[in-house]
Design a protein. Structure first.
Length: 432
């Protein structure tokens, strides 16, 4: 998604662009955002009150994940569900169930003692499936089609995650996490940026020809963006509730709106405004690790663009993944602590993925999706063994403060880089 914003920013010949907010406009914006947040949180509390008015509840939900766990010799099933109001929760049951991923179900859940904070975060409770629909969500039908295109189910599952956001089984998730490339398989802003670029490229020439003949008075770039936005919006509706993609889509729309109004897109101010608006509209994002990781990644990229404006774009395309990897490593180790010697190679995987993703998408569209199965099989056969290298959570706040200082003090950037590099070297030494 970031590359889409950079493209929007460079698509104009304007040399000077005004800031989004100045002076008292900050105060007005924050007050408006506070009112919007209060309205949004009131709606959330209303849904919470309806859910908890009795000690239990019967609700409709979609099964996002379904896996088994074992505790003290007793096996039980865990279901991750999303209710009709967008709330995510987990239920555990000892009753054996078939694979329910993608089905809409009616569930009974225990809501006694459920607090509002737990409701916002996503809660775990006892529950039972009462009934289910006969048909799965449409993306699972696409997943079955992808499975038929590949001889090995694991490779079909990888493409199901890449193209239609189907969850991977735990073993595959762990393997890619140890490689440090889990973010490449979860559909997010990066994938949206690639799709945006592909759609603009495919639509640009035929639209220009039509424009010259039938409507030369139209604003070509604006019409192209509207067409791309509608296609991507339809893709989002097809996938359902993919939070990371919804956030990226909203930021893409915001970015183009600012660009179209002659306002600077690539700036810390724009990132700040986007984050505040998203939190005001969707208070549950406060508790989303994925949201804050994506915000951190974009922030570090903006930091690079701010300090290294003179670096040629082709060089930056290589340096930015290295830069983001180094600065995100301390955060990732605090939150997850899973590391292996393959982790530093995630920079290379990210660069290769910019070619692999559009190529694999094109090959699947022409019915030749299995041509890239061999390199995927080689990756799956890598002898990866992730090890725990956990940094205390007490380091997170000081590190975030350290990360914010370069916005004001340029010299603080060197301290941030040295600390991140030191943490990365220590992690490599620990697992070597």
């Amino acid at each position: 998604m970031l590359y889409s914003l950079i493209w929007l920013e460079r698509m104009t010949v304007l040399l000077i662009r005004p800031a989004l907010l100045e002076g008292r406009e900050y105060l007005y914006f924050l007050l408006s955002s506070l009112l919007l947040f209060l309205f949004s949180i009131s709606l959330e509390f209303y849904d919470y009150a309806l859910l908890t008015q009795f000690d239990d509840a019967v609700i409709e939900a979609k099964v996002l994940k379904h896996y088994s766990k074992e505790k003290e010799g007793v096996s039980y099933a865990v279901l991750k569900l999303r209710s009709e109001d967008g709330g995510v929760f987990y239920i555990t049951t000892k009753v054996p169930l078939k694979d329910l991923r993608g089905y809409r179900v009616t569930v009974w859940i225990k809501t006694r003692y459920l607090t509002f904070m737990e409701y916002l975060k996503g809660f775990v409770t006892k529950g039972r499936v009462l009934s289910l629909s006969r048909e799965r969500a449409p993306q699972y039908e696409v997943g079955r089609y992808l499975q038929r295109l590949h001889r090995e189910p694991e490779i079909g599952a990888i493409y199901g995650a890449l193209f239609v956001a189907l969850p991977l089984e735990h073993r595959l998730q762990k393997h890619f996490s140890s490689l440090g490339v889990s973010h490449l398989l979860a559909i997010s802003g990066f994938h949206l940026g690639v799709l945006t670029f592909i759609l603009f490229t495919l639509l640009r020439y035929p639209y220009r020809r039509m424009q010259q003949i039938f409507f030369p008075y139209r604003h070509g770039s604006r019409d192209l963006f509207i067409a791309v936005a509608l296609i991507l919006g339809s893709y989002l509706l097809f996938l359902g509730d993919v939070a990371s993609l919804i956030r990226a889509y909203m930021m893409l729309l915001t970015g183009y709106l600012l660009h179209d109004r002659g306002i600077k897109v690539i700036s810390m101010q724009t990132l700040f405004v986007s984050v505040v608006l998203l939190l005001a509209l969707m208070p549950k994002l406060f508790f989303s690790i994925g949201f804050w990781l994506s915000v951190s990644g974009v922030y570090f990229i903006f930091l690079y663009l701010y300090f290294f404006k003179s670096v040629p774009a082709r060089v930056s395309m290589v340096l930015i993944p290295i830069w983001v990897y180094l600065l995100m490593t301390p955060v990732a180790l605090v939150l997850f602590g899973n590391y292996s010697l393959y982790h530093p190679l995630s920079v290379v995987w990210s660069l290769l993925f910019t070619l692999f993703y559009p190529l694999s998408l094109l090959l699947h569209l022409v019915g030749q999706g299995d041509l890239l199965d061999t390199p995927l099989r080689m990756i799956l056969e890598l002898p990866v063994e992730g090890k725990q290298f956990v940094i205390s959570r007490y380091w997170l706040v000081p590190y975030l403060i350290m990360a914010l200082l370069p916005v004001r003090y340029k010299n603080a950037l060197y301290g941030l880089l040295l600390f991140s590099l030191g943490v990365t070297v220590a992690a490599v030494y620990q697992v070597a």
